[in-house]
Design a protein around this ligand. Structure first.
Ligand code: ADP
Length: 580
C-alpha cells in the first residue's frame, strides 16, 4: 500500500466513524478466522510425523473433533465479520448520503450549472452505495488475507526460517507490480466515472425530451450518441478488468519461483543432513501453497479497492468542495416584510459571457404594494432581474435591497419567505395536492381549500378520488396546463408572501381557463408588491408602472398610456404584439 492510498482512506474514515464498532468486530472476527489457517498444515505435520508410527501420541477421535471444531470456529468468524462489515459499511453510506443530500439542498446555485441532474443522481443514489460495498469488501479481503498470509508466514518462519527468507526476497517484486497496476487502475476509474456521467446524461436528455426526439425523427442520432458513449464505457471496463487481471498471474508466477526455489533448497538441506523431516517438509509446502491463495486475493483486491475509494471520494468532494449558500442575519419581526424593492446599479454577467452582461447597471425602485410590468424583447434581462431577488444568482456589481436592507444581510430563509413565484414551468412534487399547495409549510387543510378555491381549482380537486389528499403523480403529469398553473397560483396564495413574482404564461390556455387563471392572479396580486414579466395586454394596462428593458438596461418606464404616447421601445413592442 502506498501512502497516498492511506491518506485517501483517512479522508473517508470520518464518515464511517459512527460505525467503527462494526469494523472492529469485523476485523476481530477476521483475525480469528485467519489465525485458524495455519492449524491445518500443523495438523498435517502432526499426523504425518506421529500419526502413522508405532504408537500415536493422540487418540483417534481427536482428529475429527479438531477438524470439525476448526471449521465451526472459522464459519462463525466468517459470518460475524461479513455481517458486521455490511452493517458498518451501510451506516457509513447513510451518513454520507444524508450529508450529500443536505449539501444539495444548501449548495450555492453554481452546483446546478456545473453538474447534471443525472450525474448528481448517480453519485447520491448508486455511486456511494456500490463504492462503499466494494471498498468494505476489498478492505475485508485485504485484512483477512494479509492476516492469513501473516499467520501462515509466521508458521513458515517457525518451521524453517532459512527457507522462508527466500520468499521474503520476492516481496519487492510483488510490491512493484501492485504499484504499477494500481496507478493504471486509478486513471481508468476516473475516466470511467466521467464516461458514466456522460452516458447518464444522454439518458436524462432523452427521457426529458422524448417528444422532440420522436417528432424530429432524431432516434437514430440519439442511438448513435448513446452507442458511442456505451462503447467508451465498455472499453474502459475491459481495460480495467485487464489491468486488474494482470496482477494475479504475475503474483502467482512469482510465487511459483519461490516454490521451486524452496523445494530445491529443502531437498538440498535434507540431502546434506539438515533437520527437515518428511512431515516438516509437507507442512512447509502445504503452508506455502496455502499462502498463494491469499496473495492472489490481495492482488485481486486492488481494483475494487481503488474503485470504491474513488467513488466515495466523489461523494465526499461533493460535500466538502461544494460551497454552501451564505446568508446574513436579518429577519423582519413577525417574519413578513413589506415588500419594497430597490436595485442600485445592478449588473449581472453570467460566467463565460462577461462581454455581454445580462444586466447592465439597472436602477429600479418598486414601492410596497406596487405592480410593475417588465416588458422587453426576449434576452432583455427580465428573468435575470427577477432571479436576483431570491438570490438564485449574485449580481456582479451593484446592490439589491428589500425593505431597505441589502439582500446579502437577510437570512436566506427569511428572504425567500418574502417571495412567491408563479412561472411558466410549474414544478409539482409527487405528493398530495395539499402537500403541493402548502409546499414547505405545515398543511392546514382549511387554508389549502381556501387557496384552491381562490385559484379556481377547488371544484376540480374535489372530483379527484381523495380530494386534496389525492396524489398528483410524477410531476403532475395528469393535470392540464391550466390546472397546473392554477395549482401554482394556489401555492402562491397559501404562501402569502409580500412580493409576488409572475413570469406570465403565454402558453395556449383555452379562453375559459385563461379567464380563470387571470381572475385568480388578480386576486393574488391584491395588496402585494408584484413584479410581472408581462405578455398580456390586460396585465400591462393594469400595472401601476411599465418598465421596458432592452440589452440588460431599463430604457424607459412610466404608465402604459404615458409610454405609448412617448413612442419609444414600448410603443414599438406594443404595436407589434397587440396590432388589433
Ligand atoms: P429575458 O427574460 O428578458 O428573455 P434573460 O434574463 O433570460 O432575458 O436573458 C438575458 C441574457 O442572459 C440572455 O442573453 C441570455 O442568453 C443570458 N442568460 C440567461 N440565463 C443564463 C444562464 N443561466 N447562463 C448564461 N446565460 C444566461
Amino acid at each position: 500500500m502506498s501512502t497516498p492510498l492511506l491518506q485517501r482512506l483517512a479522508r473517508i474514515a470520518p464518515y464511517f466513524r459512527a460505525s467503527r464498532i462494526g469494523f472492529v468486530v469485523a476485523f476481530g472476527a477476521a483475525i480469528v478466522a485467519a489465525a485458524t489457517e495455519p492449524l491445518l498444515p500443523a495438523l498435517l505435520k502432526k499426523l504425518l510425523d506421529e500419526g502413522f508410527g508405532a504408537q500415536r501420541s493422540f487418540p483417534l477421535w481427536a482428529v475429527p473433533v479438531f477438524i470439525v471444531g476448526l471449521y465451526v470456529v472459522r464459519g462463525v468468524a466468517h459470518f460475524l465479520s461479513a455481517y458486521a462489515l455490511a452493517w458498518a459499511a451501510n451506516r457509513g453510506v447513510l451518513t454520507l448520503r444524508e450529508g450529500m443530500f443536505a449539501r444539495l439542498l444548501d449548495a450555492a446555485p453554481a452546483l446546478f450549472t456545473e453538474r447534471s441532474a443525472s450525474s448528481l443522481t448517480n453519485t447520491l443514489v448508486y455511486e456511494v452505495q456500490t463504492g462503499a460495498q466494494q471498498l468494505a469488501n476489498a478492505l475485508m479481503m485485504v485484512v483477512r488475507d494479509s492476516l492469513t498470509s501473516l499467520f501462515l508466514f509466521g508458521y513458515l518462519l517457525w518451521l524453517n526460517w532459512k527457507l522462508t527468507l527466500f520468499i521474503v526476497l520476492l516481496a519487492p517484486a510483488v510490491a512493484f507490480v501492485m504499484r504499477a497496476v494500481s496507478r493504471r487502475l486509478d486513471r481508468l476509474t476516473r475516466a470511467w466515472q466521467t464516461a458514466t456521467d456522460e452516458l447518464a446524461y444522454v439518458v436524462e436528455e432523452n427521457t426529458l425530451a422524448w417528444r422532440i426526439v420522436r417528432l424530429h425523427g432524431a432516434a437514430p442520432t440519439q442511438r448513435a450518441r448513446f452507442g458511442a458513449q456505451s462503447n467508451r464505457l465498455r472499453q474502459l471496463m475491459v481495460k480495467t478488468a485487464a489491468a486488474g487481471a494482470i496482477s494475479s498471474p504475475i503474483t502467482q508466477l512469482i510465487a511459483a519461483l519461490a516454490l521451486s526455489a524452496v523445494v530445491v533448497m529443502a531437498l538440498w538441506q535434507g540431502a546434506t543432513g539438515g533437520q527437515v523431516t518428511v512431515g516438516g517438509f509437507a507442512a512447509f509446502i502445504t503452508a506455502m501453497l496455502m499462502l498463494v491463495a491469499p496473495l492472489k486475493h490481495l492482488s485481486d483486491a486492488a481494483a475494487p479497492l481503488l474503485r470504491g475509494v474513488r467513488a466515495l471520494e466523489r461523494g465526499i468532494e461533493l460535500i466538502e468542495n461544494t460551497p454552501e449558500e451564505r446568508g446574513g442575519t436579518h429577519a423582519p419581526a413577525g417574519g413578513r416584510g413589506r415588500g419594497a424593492i430597490e436595485l442600485r446599479g445592478v449588473s449581472l454577467a453570467y460566467r463565460g459571457e462577461e462581454t455581454a452582461p445580462a444586466l447592465d447597471g439597472v436602477n429600479l425602485a418598486v414601492a410596497a404594494g406596487e405592480t410593475v410590468a417588465l416588458v422587453g424583447p426576449s434576452g432583455a434581462g427580465k428573468s435575470s432581474l427577477v432571479n436576483l431577488l431570491p438570490r438564485f444568482f449574485e449580481p456582479t456589481a451593484g446592490e439589491l435591497r428589500l425593505d431597505g436592507v441589502p439582500l446579502t444581510d437577510w437570512r436566506l430563509d427569511a428572504l425567500r419567505r418574502q417571495f412567491a413565484l408563479v412561472s411558466q414551468d410549474v414544478v409539482l412534487f409527487n405528493d398530495s395536492v395539499a402537500a403541493n399547495v402548502a409546499l414547505g409549510d405545515t398543511i392546514d387543510k382549511d387554508r389549502v381549500r381556501a387557496a384552491l378555491a381562490s385559484a379556481h381549482l377547488l371544484d376540480f380537486v374535489m372530483t379527484l378520488p381523495q380530494g386534496i389528499d389525492s396524489t398528483i403523480g410524477h410531476n403532475g403529469s395528469e393535470l392540464s396546463g391550466g390546472q397546473r398553473q392554477r395549482l401554482a397560483i394556489a401555492r402562491a396564495i397559501y404562501k402569502d408572501a409580500p412580493v409576488l413574482i409572475l413570469d406570465e404564461a403565454t402558453s395556449a390556455l383555452d379562453s375559459e381557463s385563461e379567464r380563470a387563471v387571470q381572475d385568480a392572479l388578480e386576486r393574488l396580486m391584491e395588496g402585494r408588491t408584484t413584479l410581472v414579466i408581462a405578455h398580456r395586454l390586460s396585465t400591462i394596462e393594469h400595472a401601476d408602472r411599465v418598465v421596458a428593458m432592452d440589452g440588460g438596461r431599463v430604457v424607459e418606464q412610466g404608465t402604459h398610456a404615458a409610454l405609448l404616447a412617448a413612442g419609444g421601445l414600448y410603443a414599438r413592442l406594443h404595436a407589434m404584439q397587440f396590432r388589433t
